[in-house]
Design a protein. Structure first.
Length: 168
């Protein structure tokens, strides 16, 4: 966990626990912790504490780093390994990379008859700048997902596909 820069969430404080519990209780959550039902913050804290000394498994690691660590954003998790493009729509320093990504995004729609990101449509956008702004907004939303968000994994894959600098 340390090599991936995760910190275990302190169970003696209440910071973050309620937000994490609300996400944990969503029907779409497929990363459950072993133990009792998670009806309140205390139950979640106990479940996390019980996992600390457990034997390693990929499934345990995934669920533990989702529910029992200090929350981090998708951007934080990917920043050291990938060349993320700036998603602030007022920054224009990487125009060529965004044009490349917009072109690929439009090609995806042509090939599959739908946009890859359900909430990012370039329909009605005529200029490269407008199209880039829309894609940047979609990337910004995904970069802001936290470790406890149930759709973090898909958001990270989408970032890797649509929000990185083009390979040189």
């Amino acid at each position: 966990m340390e090599k991936d820069k995760y910190k275990v969430l302190d169970s003696s404080t209440n910071e973050h626990w309620s937000t994490i519990l609300a996400s944990y209780q969503k029907a779409e959550n497929k990363w459950k912790l072993k133990g009792e039902g998670m009806s309140d913050v205390s139950a979640l804290k106990r479940a996390c504490e019980a996992q600390v000394g457990s034997e390693y498994s990929e499934e345990l690691y995934k669920s533990f780093t989702k529910w029992c660590v200090v929350p981090r954003t998708a951007e934080d998790l990917l920043r050291d390994k990938f060349s993320l493009l700036e998603s602030n729509d007022t920054v224009d320093t990487d125009k060529a990379d965004w044009k490349h990504n917009v072109d690929n995004y439009e090609s995806y729609k042509t090939k599959h008859n739908k946009y890859a990101l359900s909430d990012v449509s370039l329909d009605g956008k005529s200029t490269e700048g407008d199209k880039a702004k829309v894609l940047k907004t979609g990337c910004k939303t995904r970069k802001g997902k936290f470790t406890y968000d149930v759709d973090l994994d898909s958001a990270m894959e989408e970032i890797k596909t649509w929000c990185l600098a083009k390979a040189s």
